[in-house]
Design a protein around this ligand. Sequence first.
Ligand code: ADP
Length: 652
Amino acid sequence: MTGTDTTSETASAPATHRYQADVRQILDLVTHSLYSDREIFLRELVSNASDALDRARFEGLKDQGLRPASPPEGQEPGIRVTVDEAARTVVIEDDGVGLTAAEAEKNLGTIAHSGTKAFRKALQEQKEHAGEKASEAHAADGLIGQFGVGFYSAFMVADRVVVESLSARPDQAAILWESEGGDGYTLTSGERTARGTRVTLHMRDDAEEFLDADRLREIVRKHSDFVPWPVRVGEERANQEQALWRRDPAEVTAEDYKGLYRHLGGDWQEPLAWLHARVEGNLSFDTVLFVPASRPWTMDRLDFKPALKLYQKRVKVLDSAEQLLPRYLRWVTGVVDSADVELNMSREILQQTPALKVIKKQLTKRVLERLKELTEQDREGYAKFWDQLGHILKEGIHEIAMDAGASADKDRLVPLLRFKTTTSHKATDVVERWRSLAQVKEAMGEGQDAIWYLADVDKERIGHSPLLEAFKKRGWEVLLLDDPVDEWVTMNLSEFDGVPLKSVAHGELPEAEEKGEEADPIAKAAKEQAAPLASFMEALLGESVAGVRLSSRLVDSPSVLVNQEGAMSANLERILRSANQEVPTSKRVLEINPEHPMVKTLARLNQEGKTGLEPFARLLLDHAAIAEGRLDDAEGFAKRLQALMEKAAGAL
Ligand code: ADP
């Protein structure tokens, strides 16, 4: 095995290595620009130590032959932080799996997950986002852990770092890794005899403040309280005995929860809310779940995985147990700890475990209930959350429809939905912008027997659609659905609280029943006169449209295209096409406005038996197509327009 060869080589001969270019850049960034929140170095090193302990326990399950932990007399395995003021060092030591020479070279000399570029970019974005100094530090703070560059944060406070380690694997020798930051490190054989790793930080002159056990204890309490292994600073244990999620919720403070959220990573902002539940029964588990305040930046990563961690009695089993929640809740982070799962559970096995179903059902219910509470208790927070993550939550309507076991969740999800409407979409205030279906129902006008919606992914165009004219005139609020996922929502949501949901772009609109209008003799005459025009146009345009009829939805526009009842909407056709799916174009109905001056004139000329009306009839179709942003026959339109302009100019 080549790996072993390299190992023995590097371990026997003291060797100087250059860091991979990425690492040099990160080091430079970490030591020079991420200054302000230096105390997080301890969190990162403690977190690495904790992971190493987790891994030792996990691997010990499969392999009895590992070197056992040998903590100091009278202590259980864990993490020890010590300060030596005279030597100006801080030492972080653990009884974890340790590092082989090859691992040290790979893990402490390269960056495994993501490159510097991605890190830089994310950092830059956060800075632009935040603006102020304090938040910058916060941003960097979250990023360091996320990008797997936590170890290098040691160089924020130390100018020399020494790692002594002994792997738990009995065939591996002790190593000594040493670096002063800069370009590289040395790796030689070491003398450590106990399994685990000891990191010695030779503190920089400007990092004096950390040569103080009380200060370090305070940092551990702040950032690493929930680490599931004892973290001793000097003689005392500094972190909580009990995992946060196994404590009585009444005893856990908001700061504690925020600390856990930071620890879970994936978001550099404070969470919007959390829930803490202890479920007991046939299957018991403890859980703490978080709702982010806005879209966590990690969600933009291609390799995004929900940070939902599964533990078995405080031992981490999976880092991303995404199957424990439905897809539409993938922005939830948190911890689930259950005695009823297997320690050596893999994602694949989890998928087939009966416990999964029960836990998933419970978690989903609780998250949805917590969101419901938020809609009542923190309207602004919820509106901001919805603004960024609502489109994901909306996927749930479709996901639930596909999952027979989840139907009860629909009733929990529907009240959480928010929509922009004709009356709210221009509001600058985020709370006013997003309306619930209950609000829209409440505001229904006289004679209104449906909640109407218009779906169009063009955010600019949607508010100006001619399809809305009659509704605006009547003062009826219409939902404006400008998100592709909305098509799937409306497909699976045909009514709300006894009121049907209907598309303004489909079928025939019922005539207005407002008093007086029916009796309007002028309108009646206009209709009678326009009817033959519609028949004439239908004969003319039969190739392109399913029919031509008089419209009751228009006020200012002369014409509009609508879908036949039950047909796929033009919006959905467009969405599917942009996703490279083949969709047959369905013929649509052209509606003309009998009261529009131009239509009136054409109707009169038609009635008088005038010829030469074809270009005008076709232009009415062109007009409707342009209004919805898809003119198929642009060339024909240009010709017709030109001919018309010539005529008009001649008449000047
Ligand atoms: P991350 O922990 O995010 O992967 P780090 O830069 O913090 O990134 O650490 C790099 C790697 O070095 C870790 O993934 C781990 O494999 C190894 N490592 C760091 N600290 C320890 C430790 N105390 N014991 C064992 N391995 C460690």
